[in-house]
Each structure stands twice: as structure tokens, then as C-alpha cells.
Design a protein around this ligand. Structure first.
Ligand SMILES: Cc1cc2nc3c(=O)[nH]c(=O)nc-3n(C[C@H](O)[C@H](O)[C@H](O)COP(=O)(O)O)c2cc1C
Length: 380
């Protein structure tokens, strides 16, 4: 019998169990490298750094994270900067093409795109994702974000949906993408946002039942979306108690509501130096030379536009400059490991990290912190 071409093309596909991918491993404190596709990364400051968004440096940083044994590299989805003195994040690489290039340049680490779901049609996204999944040998995933920064979403010529409707759209977008990844032959898709007939998509991803999914929803609608769909929820919470509460809540909701497992991770700016004095001075310099005008721009948008950030705006002022709203891990290698231990005890399965100077500080992290994380039983 002659095989239809599309079946031949998918021969051998679907042979990488998602459970065998790095982000699903059993390290107690999983590590990702975050935000280095955008200028500033997680730091809105004029503090001196050799970090630049050039392709040569992206490859070096990704290969370093791969060699060190980090689980993931995760970019930021960004289409314009935040103004101010540095136009923070204004120089940034698009994440599908970024992930494709870095998938080819690395060997073990999981490579993520961060995708604003309203900016790309599910048929295009499913195929681009599958292509990167094949380039990487099944170690690919999507960090699905809905878009919260109106000036960048309006660059696409459409008004942003209301907050909770963004998650309704996101849910339908992912339903469609998952059908494209898994359904054989031709099918129709009918929903409130997408209407498509005679659709097909080949090849299917190597990762089965699908590539890994991340989401950083923290509002009730975001939390429900994460519980239903994704493998990792990223949280922006800043106290150990609230992290613990959040982790318990979302894990319970995923299990009881959808019969699913979900991990919870946070993101952090790491400022690690050999002495406490040096670490504190480096951290202080980031804030003193901070892009206060840029930080104000971010906060005014978040205050108006992002439901879950409102209450935290005041205390986040400095945190936007140092760490993009995430926690700061500052100190000697020993002190840094102690803070990772506290995060682990607060129910965090991992952390996505940023550095002022990614390449330089990642080398130091590898030499001085990784061995101590192993000694502390947080990594093997
Ligand atoms: C670690 C982390 C990474 C995020 N990355 C992006 C991003 O790259 N692009 C983006 O538009 N939003 C990003 N967000 C924002 C979230 O998608 C989301 O809008 C925010 O966490 C507020 O949650 P809510 O939508 O449930 O209100 C990120 C949030 C966190 C905590």
C-alpha cells in the first residue's frame, strides 16, 4: 500500500516523552536562564556591564548555560522598549527565530520561546514550534503570555482584550495549537476567535504528548489557565509565605480540577560576589544608577493595566530596576545557596535567573555556586 506523503513525513515522530525533557527532571531546584534576548535583561540601569544583545554573545551565553547544566533558557517576548534613560528591553530578538538558532547551537538544555499569543496565528505558531522541536531533538517549549503592555500590543493595530478575555483567547489558541500538534489528517476548528476548515499540520512534534508549556499568570484567570494547561507556572510573588500559599493553591487546583501535575517556579536577579560587601555594593550600584524614568513608565502601565500587580506597585519601585519585579538574591556564594534553599522550602521547584553581566557572572555562578547547590542537596 502506498503511504500518503504526510504519514511518511511523520515516521518516527513523537518519540521524546515530555517527562524526559530537562524542565521535567527531578532536580530539587531547577535552573533557567531568563531574559537575555533583551537589552538590560532583568536590569533597568546604567550600571556597567559587558552584556550586549549581539548574536555572538547570545550563543556564548546559551552554550555556557547548557554546559553548566541549567535546565532551560527562556526569553522575554517584547516588541518595543520602555523609554526612560535606557529604553529598557528595546533591543530584543524575536523568540521563535532566537530559539531555533539556539536549539541548533546547544545540546541538552531546553529551549523556550516566549510567545504573545495574540501576535501569532495558531497555525503559524504550531508549525514554527514543531520546527524548533525537531531542530532541538524534542527539547523545546513555549512560555505562553497574553500581553499586558498596551503600547506594544497596539503596534499590531488591534485594541487589547480585557484582562480575563485574554485568557479565554489564550485557552482557545492553545486548544487549536494542541490539535495541530496531535490530530492526524485534516480537521476543522470552530471557536469564538478562530474558525478554520480543512486544516492539517505535518510533521508532528517529537515531544509527546506535546512540547512543554509555561505560563506566568498570577491573577485568578491566569492561575486557572496555568492549572488547566501548563507544566510550569512562573510566579512574581516576593515573600516566602505567599510563594508557599500560591504553590499549594495552584498545585491543588491542577490536581483536583484537571487531574494534572504542575510545577511552580520563580524568577530572580542574582548578584553574587566573593564577599558580602562586594555583592551589596554591586547591587546598590544597579539601583543608584537605575533608570528611574523607565521604571516609572513600567509601573504606570502595570498600575493601570495588570490586575495582579496593583497592590505591589509601591514596594516594587526598586525591584523593577533590579530584577524586573522579581526577587533579588544578593550575597556570597554561601548566602546565595541559603536563599535557594529557602525558595525550595517555600515550594518553588526552580528559578529562572538573570544577571547584570550574564556571561561573566554565569561563569562565576558555575565555579562558586553550583558546587554548593550540590552540597546542599538542591542539585545533583
Ligand atoms: C517570570 C515572568 C516572565 C514574564 N514574561 C513575560 C514576557 O516575556 N512578555 C510579556 O508580555 N509578559 C510577561 N510576563 C507577564 C505575565 O505574562 C503576566 O501578564 C503577569 O504575570 C500578570 O499576570 P496576570 O496576567 O495573571 O495578571 C511575565 C511574568 C513573569 C512573572
Amino acid at each position: 500500500m502506498t503511504m500518503p506523503a504526510h504519514e511518511l513525513d511523520t515516521f518516527g515522530v513523537g518519540n521524546v516523552d515530555i517527562e524526559s525533557t530537562p524542565i521535567m527532571n527531578d532536580q530539587k531546584m531547577k535552573l533557567g536562564l531568563f531574559a537575555f534576548n533583551c537589552s538590560g535583561g532583568m536590569v533597568m540601569s546604567n550600571a556597567p556591564t559587558t552584556f550586549r544583545v549581539t548574536w555572538d554573545q547570545q550563543v556564548k551565553i546559551a552554550q555556557l548555560a547548557d554546559r553548566i547544566g541549567f535546565e532551560a533558557i527562556v526569553p522575554v517576548a517584547r516588541w518595543r522598549g520602555f523609554g526612560g534613560d535606557t529604553n529598557f528591553n528595546g533591543v530584543c530578538f524575536e523568540t521563535f527565530t532566537w530559539a531555533a538558532g539556539l536549539a541548533q547551537a546547544t545540546e541538552r538544555i531546553q529551549v523556550f520561546t516566549t510567545t504573545h499569543l495574540p501576535t501569532v496565528h495558531p497555525i503559524v505558531a504550531a508549525k514554527a514550534a514543531t520546527t524548533i522541536d525537531h531542530i532541538s531533538g524534542g527539547r523545546y517549549g513555549i512560555n505562553a503570555v497574553m500581553g499586558w503592555f498596551p503600547p506594544e500590543m497596539e503596534m499590531f493595530g488591534k485594541k487589547q482584550l480585557e484582562h480575563d478575555d485574554r485568557y479565554k483567547y489564550g485557552a482557545e489558541w492553545l486548544d487549536f495549537v494542541q490539535e495541530l500538534w496531535t490530530k492526524p489528517g485534516e480537521f476543522d476548528f470552530k471557536g469564538d476567535f478562530f474558525n478554520a476548515t480543512n486544516v492539517e499540520a505535518y510533521p508532528k512534534p517529537l515531544a509527546t504528548p506535546r512540547p512543554a508549556l509555561i505560563n506566568a499568570g498570577t491573577s485568578p484567570a491566569g492561575l486557572e489557565f496555568s492549572a488547566k494547561y501548563v507544566d510550569v507556572n512562573l510566579t512574581a510573588l516576593d515573600s516566602l509565605e505567599s510563594m508557599q500559599e500560591h504553590a499549594t493553591k495552584i498545585k491543588t487546583r491542577a490536581r483536583e480540577g484537571y487531574g494534572r501535575k504542575i510545577q511552580v517556579m520563580t524568577y530572580a536577579l542574582v548578584v553574587c560576589r566573593d564577599t558580602e560587601e562586594e555583592a551589596k555594593a554591586a547591587h546598590r550600584q544597579i539601583i543608584e544608577e537605575g533608570d528611574w524614568a523607565g521604571a516609572r513608565n513600567v509601573m504606570s502601565v502595570l498600575g493601570m493595566e495588570s490586575a495582579s500587580f496593583q497592590a505591589q506597585i509601591e514596594k516594587y519601585q526598586e525591584r523593577f530596576i533590579a530584577g524586573w519585579g522579581g526577587i533579588n538574591i544578593v550575597g556570597t556564594p554561601e548566602q546565595v545557596v541559603e536563599q535557594f534553599r529557602e525558595l525550595s522550602e517555600a515550594g518553588m521547584d526552580g528559578a529562572f535567573l538573570g544577571f547584570l553581566d550574564y556571561e561573566k557572572e554565569l561563569e562565576h555562578f558555575n565555579e562558586r555556586v553550583m558546587p554548593l547547590l550540590k552540597e546542599a542537596g538542591l542539585r545533583y
